[in-house]
Design a protein around this ligand. Structure first.
Ligand code: KG4
Ligand code: ZN
Length: 348
């Protein structure tokens, strides 16, 4: 069973083809991605209207590229999947519109996928795929959540951020330090030259006793420090502040993940979403989990941020689990705001 997946929820157009025949993890046959980072960089962040227009320009050439790479034709595709939400409404509509019209023209079923389910399942495409059940730490630009995952479609929210997401904390702090969008990778690079203990920054909700996060206070503390240092901040001070910010975010993510593992008694952790690419986070999680006999799984680095592979994978896994009806109606809507807890979790 061949699944074509289309991702267009934010600033990446991603397309991929998976083979979900049989019961094993769907195989990734090909994937292609166009990142809009360069286009949005001039504005210091994502401009939604520009994002939608660029998805329109990119999506069909990317579909052709993916089919060519896999040496398949569109007639071979069994299901067309697209990101239905959450994300930018206009951007989502491009993927949904293209998926549904393509499916209608081919007479094939279509399927709307939850973007976060894609992230969460993306480590299944790695060389070291997880087994159920596990705790998932989902850290993207818009979400920071800890979840208990017992099987495909069974996602119990254990805790989440009450304000900014971890990726947002990286991005906003980076902006305060004069770094370009997207701030996460830029801040991490600068942090490599700094001392993470140079500035004492808050670790919000670290001892709250629950599994919730809060990052907006951290951003304010970074702003206060940056103001104190003023315009003439030395390169070393900037690197130290970047390193201290990263250290604070990572410490909270690691401690809360360990607490979730302790609370659930599970011995497996899956990390997904853009911030999952962060090297310090990976190092610290690996070290802490090794000590406790816990296995940690990550997506391949290039599949941490948004991509089509995770959408084609999630669609394939949901079909294999019997969670989806084969849908031949081509009317569609998108869900810019959509909680993972609201997706269908019982067989169709
Ligand atoms: O999952 P993702 O691609 O998009 C959303 O669904 O939001 O995550 C993007 C987020 C951005 O906030 C970006 O700055 C952050 O992931 N990010 C990183 C790194 N790579 C991406 N944050 C810290 N360190 C990184 N290496
Ligand atoms: Zn994402």
């Amino acid at each position: 069973m061949l699944v074509l997946g289309i991702e267009s929820s934010c600033d990446e157009t991603g397309v991929a083809l998976t083979d979900a025949s049989g019961a094993g993890v769907p195989r990734l046959l090909s994937h292609a991605l166009h990142s809009q980072i360069e286009m949005h960089q001039a504005y210091g962040g994502v401009v939604p209207e520009l994002a939608s227009r660029d998805h329109i320009r990119r999506v069909l050439p990317l579909i052709n590229e993916v089919m060519g790479q896999a040496q398949r034709s569109l007639a071979d595709v069994d299901v067309i999947a697209y990101t239905r939400g959450p994300g930018l409404a206009g951007a989502l509509l491009v993927g949904a519109g293209v998926a549904c019209s393509l499916a209608a023209s081919l007479g094939k079923p279509v399927m709307g996928v939850h973007h976060l389910e894609g992230h969460l399942l993306s480590p299944f495409l790695s060389a070291d795929p997880p087994e159920f059940a596990f705790v998932a730490l989902l850290v993207s630009g818009g979400h920071t959540q800890l979840m208990r995952v017992d099987r495909v479609g069974s996602y119990e929210l254990l805790g989440e951020t009450i304000d900014d997401a971890a990726g947002e904390a990286f991005d906003k702090s980076a902006k305060l330090l004069g770094l370009p969008y997207p701030g996460g990778p830029a801040l991490a690079r600068l942090a490599g030259q700094g001392d993470g203990q140079a500035f004492k920054l808050p670790r919000p909700l670290l001892h709250s006793g629950d599994l919730d996060f809060s990052f907006s206070g951290l951003k304010t503390a970074v702003l206060t420090q940056a103001k104190k240092l003023g315009e003439t901040m030395s390169e070393q001070a900037r690197a130290d502040l970047a390193a201290s910010t990263q250290a604070a975010i990572v410490e909270v993510l690691v401690k809360k993940s360990l607490k979730a593992l302790e609370q659930t008694g599970l011995k497996r952790l899956v990390v997904a979403g853009g911030v999952g690419a962060n090297t310090l986070l990976r190092e610290q999680l690996n070290a802490a989990c090794k000590k406790r006999g816990i296995r940690v799984h990550y997506p391949e680095l290039h599949l941490c941020t948004d991509n089509g592979a995770m959408i084609a994978l999630a669609a394939g896994m949901r079909l294999q689990a019997g969670l989806e009806d084969i849908q031949r109606s081509y009317t569609f809507d998108v869900k810019p705001r959509w909680s993972l807890a609201d997706i269908q979790t019982v067989p169709a």
